[in-house]
Design a binder for this molecule. Structure first.
Ligand SMILES: C[S@@+](CC[C@H](N)C(=O)[O-])C[C@H]1O[C@@H](n2cnc3c(N)ncnc32)[C@H](O)[C@@H]1O
Length: 213
């Protein structure tokens, strides 16, 4: 079991983190690297409330599958996206799912909410399920993120999400990122640091676009 049930019990069930718009990094990366030609399946791992799926559905994929461990998030997305017949929503722990004919795996800040040990396994599975020439776009926490305060690996985002002991999260340095993606062909690797000089808050993500040869 990799999925942290607090996402269901303390977040989505309480109607928190309802994201309704696609993330800017998803919009810019998909529009930069993906053509609108006919393609097979796209899978978003940890689709939350389905905010990135509708956008993906305009990129020529025959099917767009959104997977999330949270029942409430999937119910919310199903209701919102019911008119779009290309989108399929599945409640599951994505460390145990298997998909065929995948031309794109998208991970916008979801896999990083698992332990490092599980992340390694999830990446192996992604590589085995992805078609040759297929893309994997992933956004993982950098250790420069404010959330990386308790180095004992506890209480991540407890304050922000108002959850006792926080949620599972893994934060990476560049060497670890390069090693995680060593079997992929990395096209772009950026460490994005957003430092608000007024609030002094800092977020930081590794954004990776890669392909399977
Ligand atoms: C920070 S949210 C990101 C949601 C969405 N991708 C977005 O861009 O707004 C992380 C999501 O990953 C899901 N998640 C994390 N680990 C998971 C796992 N092992 N299996 C299924 N879902 C998982 C959580 O339920 C949550 O919806």
């Amino acid at each position: 079991m990799s999925f942290d049930v607090k996402w269901e019990e303390k977040v989505y069930k309480k109607k928190k983190q309802i994201n309704n718009y696609p993330f800017d990094w998803v919009v810019s990366s998909v529009s930069k690297y993906i053509s609108k030609n006919k393609k097979n399946v796209a899978v978003e791992l940890g689709c939350g409330t389905g905010n990135n799926l509708e956008f993906l559905s305009s990129y020529g994929y025959s099917k767009i599958i959104g997977v999330d461990g949270s029942k409430s998030a999937i119910q919310y997305s199903k209701k919102k996206l019911k008119k779009n017949k290309k989108i399929i929503l599945i409640q599951a722990d994505f460390s145990h799912t298997f998909f065929e004919n995948v031309d794109l795996f998208l991970d916008r800040g979801s896999v990083t909410h698992n332990s490092k040990k599980n992340i390694k396994k999830i990446f192996k599975n992604i590589l085995s399920q992805l078609n040759s020439g297929g893309f994997f776009m992933s956004s993982l926490f950098s250790q420069k993120h404010d959330g990386f305060k308790d180095k004992k690996g506890k209480n991540f985002f407890a304050k922000e999400l108002k959850i006792k002991n926080g949620v599972v999260a893994s934060f990476f340095v560049e060497e670890e990122i390069r090693s995680l993606f060593e079997e992929f062909n990395i096209i772009s690797l950026t460490e994005v640091i957003n430092h608000d000089k007024i609030t002094n808050k800092r977020t930081s993500m590794w954004n990776i676009v890669c392909k399977k040869n």
